[in-house]
Design a protein around this ligand. Structure first.
Ligand code: MN
Length: 444
């Protein structure tokens, strides 16, 4: 069940003024973990608060933590968060509770802590945000029934969903080595595809796309051969990030039958730098996707009351586009998609339990992608393939430009906010990435 504690208190404010500003992604109720690199030092773990980052190494050096919170801070103070993930969520929770106490406006230790703010806090604007962890393995799911139905209609208008869709969270093994943090651009990939009039070609991908997804990062893993029951699944998730699972649609369309996506996906994915803990998202859990009355009930290993009642996460998701012309004109990013994580047919708990149901071992820092988070409405189509009706309709931008797929220099920005009555709104920060022109094939 969702556990609330004083770190969720909506009345709690921080002495870090920017954390109380309306519209901030990082109020004191959020406290996400990430890895930052200051100009003059090594990459290390921190926790976001308003426009600043708590430097966990500095907090340790100042003796601010003890017991489990100190163990957690130690494990989170290196260049990757995998060690704190491996400790398990009770450790991260102890550190969150201590940080909330240290940062609160009316805390008993405020004077002492505020006096060391110049050492303890780093301005986010002054650092580079890095990959929060080493992603050992990445699995991409396909759990939006709306995304699956729209795409399926192109292949089979009568029967758009495959017979398994309502019985298993469909997924495939993605590529972890090419995941990069927000802000790192990718080159348009080269590949083999069917071009105009069905002529086979090798060259720059003509139908470059993004996918608006949410990623779940594994906390402690499971030993090989040991499944994870649904009731325990959430304890195995450390936190969540935004995830842009870039897609080369022409390469993907040609290669994917019968063994699934390969080079159309493995050239790169972008993740946001802050991991929003499951604990921070506790106030935003909500019922699972409401299935149609004649939809099949999942098999028992994928079904329990708690998952039905609060396995979903009420998270607003948006994608924005900035073209080179918009950038040159200093124009606002254009919102091209707005959806919600509640549109997923399967919860992250069900994805994780299904993933490990054959005994597959998950590791701390493994990434589960939700799949494209498209909803039922036109506005909630969460990739360009859907937005352009599979290359049939122009997408109009505010400056008069049009797109069906991404042009060179186009940048995609993903954002997420969790809002609910009675809770302080928290956000995910940005997941930003640009597609640069393809390089020519290397000469021997
Ligand atoms: Mn995907």
């Amino acid at each position: 069940m969702t556990k609330f504690n004083e770190t969720h208190d909506p009345g709690r404010r921080s002495w870090v003024a920017s954390a109380n500003r309306s519209g901030t992604d990082f109020p004191i109720q959020n406290l996400p973990f990430g890895v930052f690199r200051p100009r003059d030092g090594p990459a290390r773990g921190g926790v976001a608060i308003g426009d600043c980052i708590v430097d966990l190494s500095a907090g340790l050096a100042a003796g601010l933590f003890s017991g489990m919170a100190a163990e957690a801070a130690q494990a989170a103070s290196g260049p990757a968060l995998n060690p704190i993930m491996a400790l398990g969520n009770p450790h991260a929770s102890a550190l969150r509770a201590r940080l909330s106490e240290l940062l609160r406006e009316d805390g008993a230790e405020r004077k002492r802590v505020e006096a060391m703010a110049s050492k303890l806090l780093v301005a986010t604007a002054d650092v580079t945000l890095e990959m929060p962890c080493e992603v050992a393995a990445y699995t991409d799911f396909f759990t939006s029934i709306f995304h699956a139905t729209r795409g399926g209609r192109v292949r089979n208008p009568q029967e758009p969903l495959t017979p398994n869709f309502k019985h298993i969270p469909i997924g495939y093994s993605g590529r972890a080595t090419s995941i990069r943090p927000s802000g790192v651009p990718f080159k348009r990939p080269l590949g083999q595809f069917l071009g105009e009039r069905g002529v086979l070609r090798f060259g720059p991908e003509p139908r470059m796309d993004f996918e608006l997804e949410v990623g779940a990062l594994i906390a402690r893993g499971n030993p090989l051969g040991t499944p994870i029951p649904l009731a325990a699944a959430r304890d195995y998730i450390f936190g969540y990030c935004l995830f842009n699972d870039w897609s080369a649609r022409a390469i993907q369309a040609w290669e994917s039958v019968p063994a699934g996506p390969f080079l159309g996906k493995t050239f790169g994915s972008t993740m946001s730098p802050w991991l929003i803990t499951g604990e921070a998202l506790a106030p935003f859990h909500c019922p699972n996707f409401v299935r149609a009355p004649d939809d099949p009930k999942p098999l028992p290993y994928l079904f329990d009351k708690e998952n039905e009642e609060e396995g979903g996460i009420d998270l607003k998701l948006e994608a924005y586009l900035v073209t080179p012309r918009m950038r040159a004109a200093n124009a606002m990013p254009a919102r091209i998609s707005a959806t919600n994580l509640t549109t997923l047919y399967w919860t992250f708990g069900q994805m994780l339990t299904h993933h490990a149901s054959n005994g597959c071992n998950l590791l701390p820092g493994d990434l589960l992608g939700s799949g494209t988070t498209s909803g039922p409405t036109d506005e909630s189509r969460a990739c360009l393939a859907e937005l352009s009706a599979y290359d049939a309709v122009d997408i109009s931008l505010p400056n008069g430009e049009t797109r069906r797929f991404l042009g060179d220099g186009d940048e995609v920005i993903l954002r997420a906010r969790a809002e609910r009555a009675g809770a302080v709104t928290i956000g995910f920060g940005e997941c930003r990435g640009r597609i640069d022109p393809a390089e020519p094939w290397p000469m021997a």
